[in-house]
Design a protein around this ligand. Structure first.
Ligand SMILES: Cc1ncc(COP(=O)(O)O)c(C=O)c1O
Length: 448
């Protein structure tokens, strides 16, 4: 029997019997069985077509099945798959380094390559500790930074709990989450008390003990939390004042997702370290990177960089990333995300007007979320924070409606996301939103 002989049921049974699914009790997992994909669509093994409204895990930014990336990967494999990064370099590594230096802001100048986002963050905190000689890292509660030990400890959301106590030295602060902020949620504008909170944490922890502050420039799975203007600039100044490095995790928000190459560009700041993965290769091949400024790079001219991975700067990953970055440029995908981001935001605002279950909508470029509530006045969420299976209310039914109507997106707790591939056009975007419009009638019925 070959792989192509496997029926839908064989695939499900074998996957269940011989593999483990992530972040779930295994019996609760009901996977889609996907066969192939192209552009903003994918098809299951029964030939049913789905619109991919979340770019899978917010990563297939250029869209599925782009021949230019596939051909570049094949050509690289024909030429050379792998060399030991301890002794050798390659043309694709050099070219990717050059491209990343060109597209990242300010004096970010050198990349250390990893297999994905978690390792990019692990290396970011290691580099920050080596460079500053300090130990502590400030992270925020509504965050996800990856599932390895260090990245999981930086993570503030409940995925961290099972891995506690985690690595030493991580201290947490509050986030700029205006809709549910205890300081300014009922005021029209942010009071920046969340930034003041970080300043207090720095004071109480002792600035001389803190190596870095790590933030997702725009928070991803924890709610598309877009910092108010002035926040990122203020955080940059605060870090500079105390000799603390600012690490911006752009694993999800990078590579055009927000309508800029990187989300930090919206606020004109340069972090000391920036991490990336996902859109770097649009998930055609796994690859991540930790980018550092020239100042940090200079330090490692005569201090050993105690960091390494067998697959560091993997030639196939680098080839995918080079081809992918060229696709963003050739197809003007960043511009498309910016232009359609305006349409998306206004359409989501209209959904909010029409549907009482919509409490808040947040969007920047093609990075967006709708937060559902039982009651708009009290803002009581449609599900509690970190709900149990029996506390999901109408959300599973809402998700089932979307799937039934051929739309896939990420539904988490009382939120759903709209993060399509950046190659989507306006008609496709409106078509998907029309399905969501209908599905919201289900959640409207649960409004108290
Ligand atoms: C902001 C952010 N950082 C880090 C990661 C971890 O990346 P990976 O899953 O590639 O390790 C993710 C993954 O979703 C992420 O969203």
């Amino acid at each position: 029997m070959t792989i192509s002989d496997l029926s839908r049921q064989d695939i499900l049974d074998l996957s269940r019997e011989t593999t483990l699914y992530e972040w779930t009790a295994q019996s609760a997992m009901k996977p889609l069985v996907i066969d192939h994909a192209s552009g903003i669509y994918f098809w299951d093994v029964d030939g049913k077509r789905y619109m991919d409204f979340n770019s899978q895990l917010m990563c297939v930014n250029i869209g599925h099945g782009d021949k230019r990336v596939i051909d570049a990967v094949k050509a690289q494999m024909d030429q050379l798959c792998y060399v030991a990064p301890t002794v050798a370099t390659t043309a694709v590594r050099a070219e990717l380094g050059r491209l990343l230096k060109e597209i990242t802001p300010g004096n970010l100048s050198k990349a250390f390559f990893t297999n994905g986002g978690a390792e990019a963050n692990e290396n970011a905190i290691k580099i920050a500790r080596m460079f500053t000689g300090r130990n502590k890292i400030i992270a925020r509660y509504r965050s996800y930074h990856g599932a390895t030990a260090g990245a999981m400890t930086l993570t503030g959301d409940p995925r961290r709990w099972a891995a506690e106590p985690g690595i030493p030295g991580v201290v947490r602060a509050m986030d700029p989450y205006h809709y549910r902020c205890r300081w300014c949620g009922d005021k029209p504008a942010c009071t920046m008390d969340c930034l003041n909170n970080i300043e207090d944490v720095i004071m109480f922890e002792g600035p001389q003990t803190i190596a870095a502050v790590i933030v997702e420039s725009v928070v991803g799975t924890n709610g598309i939390i877009i910092p108010p203007d002035g926040y990122m600039q203020g955080l940059r100044d605060l870090c500079t004042k105390h000799g603390i490095l600012l690490i911006c995790d752009e694993v999800m928000s990078g590579f055009g997702r927000t309508g800029e190459w990187f989300a930090v560009n919206h606020w004109g700041i340069t972090p000391d370290i920036m991490t990336m993965a996902k859109g770097l290769t649009s998930a055609y091949v796994p690859l991540g990177a930790t980018m550092v400024t020239d100042t940090i790079a200079d330090y490692f001219e005569d201090h050993p960089l105690y960091a390494g991975l067998t697959y560091n700067a993997h030639a196939v990953g680098c080839a995918a990333a080079v081809a992918c970055i060229n696709v963003y440029k050739e197809d003007h995908l960043i511009e498309n995300a910016r232009t359609l981001g305006v349409v998306l935001k206004s359409e989501l605002e209209q959904l909010k007007e029409r549907h009482p279950s919509v409490g808040d909508v947040r969007a920047i470029g093609l990075f967006s979320l709708v937060e559902l509530v039982k009651n708009r006045e009290t803002r009581e969420p449609m599900t509690p924070y970190n709900p149990k299976a029996n506390e999901m209310g109408p959300m599973p039914q809402f998700n089932a409606f979307l799937r039934e109507h051929g739309l896939f997106t990420f539904v988490r707790w009382n939120n759903f996301f709209v993060n399509p591939p950046l190659c989507i056009n306006e008609q496709q975007l409106r078509e998907g939103l029309a399905i969501i419009d209908q599905a919201l009638e289900i959640t409207d019925r649960a409004v108290a």
